[in-house]
Design a protein around this ligand. Sequence first.
Ligand code: KIV
Length: 259
Amino acid sequence: MAVTLQQLTQWKQSGRSIISLTAWEYSLARILDRAGVDIILVGDSLAMVGLGHSSTLPVTLDEMIHHTKAVCRGVQHALVVCDLPFMSYQVSVSQAIAAAGRVLKETGASAVKLEGGHPKIVNIVQELTIIGIPVMGHVGLTPQSVRILGYKQQGQTKESAQIIIDQAIALAQAGAFGIILEHIPSDLAATITDKIAIPTIGIGAGNKCDGQVLVTADLLGMSSRQPPFAKSYVNLKQVITDAVQDFTQEVQHQKFPQS
Ligand code: KIV
């Protein structure tokens, strides 16, 4: 049974934590899906972990669509959400509708995610949901604004915390089905989680959110650099290096292939 938007809200109500991870290609998505992940996000972190850029800004809508198609081919159960990349939705409502429409028509993803909680973005979220495109919000540290925010924790002052609370409430009222809370204090994330009826998915936002998301390259220990709040559950970089060295040894000593 595929995960539905209604299920996510029910899980918030029942206190069942929502598990989300990012994916950028077929094989990884297939493994995450079979392992029981609820939401697979084709995040624009693809730009960094999949394409080698130094920020998320360069990835294009065409690249997001290409990778989301591959992810969707591997997924049977999870809800697939595709990030709208930088400058594919900020210009106007019609640009956002065209971009989100392409994602839903061409990829098989069920929803899009976009960053920010300014009234202009809230309006875009509302217009997308009105025409039947499910939208996930993203507030706190929004990496598409790295040139202004850097990568530092957001919501540290009373005033900036209140802005993030107001943004989350506005996004929920505009019809977002869930909100990513990135790199904000734990008590702020807990306050937002209590105040809105839609699920909050935290990353660097403490353990009081309705769910958690990690960039899978960080979880697997594959990233060249990772944020302070990420956790690696395995050192796949080392596992791959060891396997490649074993292969090299066996080939050099004519042990592989065996004849
Ligand atoms: O792009 C991404 O991977 C994300 C996560 C950090 C939530 O937006």
